[in-house]
Structure formats: C-alpha cells, structure tokens
Design a protein around this ligand. Structure first.
Ligand code: SF4
Ligand code: SF4
Ligand code: SF4
Length: 260
C-alpha cells in the first residue's frame, strides 16, 4: 500500500471515530437534558415541558424582566437544561407579581401569552417533610402558612392529635389544586434544610385511577334531580304501615343488611 493511500485510510478512520464519539456525547447530553428538565422549576405561564423546550430560544428576556432576580439561565452545574430559565425557591422564590412582567417579555410564547392570573400559575408543588417540620413535630411554627400568598387555599393549618399530651398539634397541609409553586414557603422555612420544598408535581403526585369512587365526595342527588314517582305508581302508605325511609340510589355494600 502506498503512503498516500495509507494516509487517506487513517484519516477516514479518525473521522469515523470522532463522529462516533460525538454521537455518543450528544446522546449523553440529550439524556442529561431530559433528566434535568424534570427537576427544573420554570417561570409562571410556562408551557408543558416538551413544548417549553421546543419554544424557548434561551434569550433570557424573562430573566431580565424579573424585578426580583428570581429567574436565572441554567449553567451546566445547575441541574436544568443549559440556557433555559429556572428558579431555586430556597435562594429566591417567585414573588408572584400581579402583572408578572416575565411572561409578556418572552418573545416566542414559551411563556404563554394568554396567561392572565398569577394565582393560576403551577410552577411546582410544595411538599412537606413531616419528620423535619417543626409543626408536625409538635412545636408552633406555621411560618410557611403565614408567608403563603394564597394561604387558606394553597396551604391550611389543621389540628392533629398528639401522643404526648391532650393538646392538639397545628400542622400545615398543602393543597395541590391551589399551590402555585412560588416557593415563598420554602424560602421562609426556619429549619436548617427546608422542611417544605417545591418540586415538579410529576415527581411527587400519583394518580388514583378513574375506577375508584369516593362515595362520600359524590353529590347527594337533590330532590329536583330524582324523578318524582306518580301517585298511581307509588301507593300512599296506610296509617298502620309506616313509610319506609328514602334510600339513596347506588350500592352501599358495607351498609347492606346481610340475609343470614
Ligand atoms: S412573577 Fe414576578 S417574581 Fe415571579 S418570575 Fe415573574 S417577574 Fe419574577
Ligand atoms: S415553616 Fe417549615 S418547619 Fe415551619 S411549619 Fe412550615 S414546613 Fe414546618
Ligand atoms: S409554594 Fe408554598 S407559598 Fe407558594 S403557593 Fe404553594 S404553599 Fe403557598
């Protein structure tokens, strides 16, 4: 084999090796991005993560528009897809500006231009670690409740029986249907590591399934909704025969009388 041909083959092999390494590296980066996107908390009004990733051009306009420096563009070590806007509640939460200037600043619609009410934001979901929460351990704290901008709907204080004494505990409970994920609770929690944290709901929420029926939550049919039986079809009870109590439609297995 002459020297020119050997040189050509060597360069071809080197090129193929570089391309293969590049492909592997690219695939690795894509996997890392996909994993990081589950952890990232996005600005209010962000589209669903796949649509957001497709629409965000990483321009940083939302970051510049935020008056509190809540938002940052992710760097490699931030655990979010590089260049995309995210926030870390324990450092700086979203203060839920009523005019949310970050949203209209977005030039591509990655932050939904139809977004109209900051209380509708679902940036994440606050989750309480009962084992490190002061209130759940029997002390009085409730800081998270007091700082929550949508307290009494996103977070409530409820009494809970205590083993040590007859005095009840007052514990915070988060309600997913109203929590915006702003993270003001996480920022304010006085424990060394926050006992309440905002996470992507996908990481913490389950789904019960359509086939379960919570009978105690279903509406009792009103008299207007139940068709009235005609007097001819339902004879009036006689004076000697007391009227049977009205029975709600549906099956209540636990309360059925057993025929032995
Ligand atoms: S709503 Fe306000 S505080 Fe929250 S990210 Fe947007 S500009 Fe920043
Ligand atoms: S602020 Fe922290 S410690 Fe206090 S009640 Fe809330 S979660 Fe518990
Ligand atoms: S993240 Fe915390 S402070 Fe914000 S709405 Fe939810 S419970 Fe309230």
């Amino acid at each position: 084999m002459d020297a020119g041909r050997r040189e050509f083959l060597m360069r071809t092999a080197q090129g193929a090796a570089v391309a293969a390494c590049g492909g592997l590296l690219w695939a690795h980066l894509l996997r890392q991005e996909a994993a990081a996107s589950v952890l990232a908390l996005r600005p209010p009004g962000a589209l669903a993560e796949a649509d957001f990733a497709a629409a965000c051009i990483k321009c940083g306009q939302c970051v510049h528009a935020c008056p509190y420096d809540t938002l940052r563009l992710a760097r490699a070590q931030d655990g979010a897809p590089i260049g995309t806007p995210f926030f870390t509640p324990r450092t700086v939460p979203c203060y839920m500006c009523t005019d949310f200037p970050c949203v209209p600043a977005c030039p591509t619609g990655a932050l939904d231009p139809k977004f109209a009410n900051i209380a509708d934001a679902r940036m994440g979901l606050a989750v309480i670690d009962e084992e490190s929460c002061l209130s759940w351990q029997g002390l009085r704290c409730e800081v998270c409740y007091r700082v929550c901008p949508v307290k009494d709907s996103a977070i409530t204080i409820q009494t809970h029986p205590r083993q040590l004494s007859k005095h009840a505990m007052f514990v915070p409970i988060v309600h997913s249907q109203a929590c915006t994920g702003c993270g003001m609770c996480e920022e304010a929690c006085p424990t060394d590591e926050a006992a309440i944290r905002v996470l992507n709901p996908k990481l913490v929420q389950g789904r019960m399934g359509e086939h379960y029926r919570l009978g105690w939550k279903s509406e009792t049919p009103s008299s207007a909704a139940v068709p009235a039986e005609s007097p001819a079809a339902a004879p009036a009870p006689s004076a000697a025969e007391p009227a049977a109590p009205a029975k709600a439609p549906g099956m209540d297995v636990l309360n059925e009388e057993l025929e032995l």
